[in-house]
Design a protein around this ligand. Structure first.
Ligand code: NAD
Ligand code: DAU
Length: 332
């Protein structure tokens, strides 16, 4: 049994990770989360009190981080400002949380000699042409496009430097786009599902031809757990489930699954600097660590996600009006 400090555990992926750990190991979890607009305590309801503790706080608070890291065996770092559109409106919290927050954690794990896993994104590699036969792999050159992805890239570089120069026992994972339960309604898939529930037409940026490589959040988290168990220190692992789709096809699938005409969507102004395509080659994770995704059928995963949002309106309804007001102010 070990003690995991999970930062950002009230967010989408972090909360699903906490549930995954509590269900599949005998580990104890301490969550450190600032509860920004993206954090939701309701996502951690039902966690057993004898194996779970919640601390509301900022990863940039060096003293608090030092105390919590000292109590843990392993730190799994999910906390971040995570939404590209927000980073275009106001980059500052992205620099603060994603860069300085990671710095605070690294200094604490260095001091207390703790195992550290850094959760990052495929967006650090920039984007690919639609017809590029290549996919991102662990040796792809960093070329981030947005303030969000640039700050995630900066945090990855800090981790690599702390591992090499100070011997911090770290691993990094860079994952593609996640979907599943408990995702904030500002993100593409839950925004469209909750719009359709509300009788509002889905909104596609530009022409809807941008491609994302979708993975169910439980598959992302099973990969993170596998890296914690067997990953080689100092290494980076890309996580992806071979599920590229353009945005238009995803919206058409959602509309069809929700008994609406497949063309009942609107095109809205594009995101500035919008990355065209992401695609992950997860061969290293599959061959070295034997990981496999459980969700191999995107349509079935989306159907289960629709069911979750239909059954959990009380979870998402309080976020919806504010998220849509932010989009409306940008003509989206
Ligand atoms: P999210 O926005 O849903 O959750 C982020 C969580 O971090 C929230 O609970 C928020 O309250 C917390 N937080 C923010 N700033 C904090 C601070 N200063 N101190 C403490 N807590 C703070 O994000 P997510 O989609 O769950 O992403 C989690 C991680 O996974 C991020 O590091 C992100 O870069 C990475 N990632 C996300 C995806 C994806 O598709 N969503 C894909 C690959 C990697
Ligand atoms: O690739 C991993 C990244 O995936 C993570 O690092 C980020 O944290 C996560 O937010 C996600 O970034 P994206 O920018 O790809 O995700 P988002 O859900 O914002 O948008 C997905 C695609 O859908 C993107 O091409 C933009 C488009 N989109 C988005 C919204 C919200 C629309 O067409 N309409 C919309 O209303």
């Amino acid at each position: 049994m070990s003690i995991l400090l999970v930062t950002g555990g009230a967010g989408f992926i972090g909360a699903n990770f906490v549930h995954h750990v509590l269900a599949s190991t005998d580990d104890t979890v301490i969550v450190l989360d600032k509860l920004t607009y993206a954090g939701n305590r309701a996502s951690l309801a039902d966690c057993p009190a004898n194996r779970y503790e919640f601390v509301q706080g900022d990863i940039c608070d060096r003293e608090l981080v030092d105390q919590l890291v000292a109590r843990a065996d392993t730190v799994v770092h999910f906390a971040a400002e995570s939404h590209n559109d927000n980073s275009l409106l106001d980059p500052e919290p992205f620099v603060t949380t994603n860069v300085l927050g990671t710095f605070a954690l690294l200094e604490a794990v260095r001091k207390h000699d703790k195992r550290y896993h850094h959760v990052s994104t495929d967006e650090v590699y920039g984007d690919l042409a639609l017809d590029d036969p290549g996919r991102f792999c662990e040796t792809t050159t960093y070329a981030p496009s947005s303030p969000y992805s640039a700050t995630k890239a900066a945090s990855d570089h800090l981790v690599r430097a702390w591992a090499r120069s100070f011997g911090v026992r770290a691993t990094i994972s860079n994952c593609s786009n996640n979907y599943g339960p408990r995702q904030h309604v500002e993100k593409f898939i839950p925004r469209q599902i909750t719009n359709i529930i509300d009788g509002v037409r889905p909104k596609l940026y530009g022409r809807g031809h941008n491609v994302r490589d979708w993975i169910h959040v439980d598959d992302h988290n099973s990969a993170v757990l596998r890296i914690l168990q067997a990953g080689r220190l100092g290494e980076t692992y890309l996580i992806g489930a071979d599920s590229e789709q353009d945005n238009r096809s995803v919206v058409e699938m959602l509309l069809t699954l929700m008994d609406q005409p497949a063309d009942a969507y609107d095109l809205v102004p594009d995101r500035p600097g919008h990355d065209l395509r992401y695609a992950i080659d997860a061969t290293k994770l599959r061959t070295e660590l034997g990981w496999r995704p459980s969700y191999v059928d995107l349509e079935a995963g989306l159907a289960a996600t629709i069911d979750w949002y239909r059954a959990n309106e009380a979870w998402w309804r309080p976020q919806k009006a504010a998220a849509e007001a932010r989009y409306a102010a940008q003509g989206k």
